[in-house]
Design a protein around this ligand. Sequence first.
Ligand SMILES: Cc1cc2nc3c(=O)[nH]c(=O)nc-3n(C[C@H](O)[C@H](O)[C@H](O)COP(=O)(O)O)c2cc1C
Length: 370
Amino acid sequence: MASVLFSPIELRGLTLPNRITVSPMCQYSAADGNATDWHMAHLGQLALSGAGLLITEAAAVERRGRITHGCLGLYSDDNEEALRRVIEFCNRHGKTPFGVQLAHSGRKGSVHHPWIGSKALGPDEDPWETVSVTDEGYADWPAPKMADAAEMKRLTEAFVQATIRSDRLGVDLIEYHNAHGYLGNVFLSPLVNTRTDAYGGSFENRIRFPLEVFEAMRKVWPADKPMGVRIPGSDWVEEGGWSVEDAVKYSGALKEAGADYVVVSSGGVVPQQRIKVGPGYQVAFAAEVKAKTGITTMAVGMITDPHQAEEIIESGKADMVALARSFLYNPRWAWHAAETLGAPVPHYPDQYLRAKPESWPHVFPGRARK
Ligand SMILES: Cc1cc2nc3c(=O)[nH]c(=O)nc-3n(C[C@H](O)[C@H](O)[C@H](O)COP(=O)(O)O)c2cc1C
């Protein structure tokens, strides 16, 4: 039977050649938001990976929306030009549609790179004032200022401007980041959003700001281009947190507002979370959202094996899968998965054709060219 993982899927005017997405992964290797040679190597190789979609790491929509000084940005002309260089390479040599994840770190910013400890930037390290749904900080990270109406207008405009920049760059798809405890997520979560105005309290009030931002972005993003949202499926606390039922309701609202897919992740909102990690540990969230709303879903989290990925799509739990660490470990994951599942192997660049199994019969005897 033909592999469903390797079947195409349409998102508005974009056809993805298969259901495998390279999930966004922060590289902490940008310079004031500008993509560097590291991005050329990192995204460049992944554009050649045969995945159906490649999405950049979280690109901050304003300078304050970075997590660290190394985070990618799309808030300046320089950022736009630096990313253009990378995208041009990816499109020239690869056949993988290119997406950008647009994000704002909210209260989880102004800190050091994770590999040097993620501690708050010191006074002589160009720290910045973070902004959040309230003035409550995350763990011992810098306390944010609470966004007032004027600030929320500015933040919305920053997302809109980054969306316009993404279109100018010829990007195929936008993923709007509402998970992992960053700005959109802290508005959604009842654990953090204790506001008493129209943007806090009830479920409708908590989704209001992230949804308004989505609508503003959708308005300036071309009608034939898809836009997805990374949403939380759980805050992973015993009581009082965001739940999969909330994810279902929010997905319904996003679908109505023109979202083409949701990718259901989780966690990162509060330090007291207890995540139950294991193979495919977030797939059930995507399945629930898909079953209840009918929106196209992407499953993510510990999807590592081709048969596992195939089963997720085949059983209808999700329409697409996103893999992160598997692609760092093995950038040729999609090529190898196609071999495993007996699917036509996706695009190899000309320079690498000699490594195709049928060109190398003494290593792959069953695959000799007829
Ligand atoms: C190095 C690294 C950086 C990440 N950065 C982002 C990011 O920028 N945006 C995001 O939404 N998720 C980010 N994630 C989460 C992944 O996209 C993914 O959801 C998570 O790693 C689970 O998938 P996996 O088990 O296939 O790695 C990151 C993960 C890793 C390992």
